[in-house]
Design a protein around this ligand. Sequence first.
Ligand SMILES: Nc1ncnc2c1ncn2[C@@H]1O[C@H](COP(=O)(O)OP(=O)(O)OP(=O)(O)O)[C@@H](O)[C@H]1O
Length: 227
Amino acid sequence: MTLIAAKDVVVSFGSTPALRGADLSASRGEIVAIMGPSGSGKSTLLHSLAGILAPDSGEIWFDGRRVDTMGEPERSTLRRERFGFVFQFGQLVPELTAEENVALPLLLGGQRRAAALRQARAWFERLDLEGLEQRRSGELSGGQAQRVALARGLVCGPEILFADEPTGALDSLTGERVMELLVASAREHGTTVILVTHEPRVAVYADREVIMRDGLVNTLTPDRIGS
Ligand SMILES: Nc1ncnc2c1ncn2[C@@H]1O[C@H](COP(=O)(O)OP(=O)(O)OP(=O)(O)O)[C@@H](O)[C@H]1O
């Protein structure tokens, strides 16, 4: 069953076309990698699907509801309650400890501090982060910080995780470990993952790859289009 879909989505930034009629859908529990050259529209499509950006035209659907016609408060609730995010440079809040960073989406959702921190701590073992709960982001390695960011993306039990170059700032071995943990957590919880990546070795973790070119999604595999 389709959980999320973009239909004929058009987005321009001033006179720059970013999406020129992009289509993409993903089923519940499916891991989809969006690949393609720099500037082809990958992040713009991800932001449109996630309700961060309202397209100029076209439709975004999530779980049977139109997202692009919702008001910002409703989209914001959707993002907070049902979506998770992880970006290239983790973007942890430097003033907070690792466990506070993970607990942040729960605290923003109105959970009490003690319960939120308890729930956050459970992720440290799952993601090989035991002992790092009290560190601040400046005291973590890139791979550790990105696993903390992943825990923060997953702590609310999202139905979809949007991951924009989640391993882009990591060396290949560390990146593979992050991807293994991301995929294992997604599989365990039946989470759909929309993954933007430049790297074929990251895309192999997905169930399906799509290639973007010039603001359009080409659903043929790289082998079939000979690149
Ligand atoms: N905020 C913005 N303002 C102006 N132009 C933008 C903005 N965001 C994206 N663009 C332009 O839209 C097009 C698509 O950008 P997008 O970031 O979606 O591509 P991408 O495939 O994710 O690229 P990369 O792999 O380099 O991150 C590009 O031409 C880009 O310059």
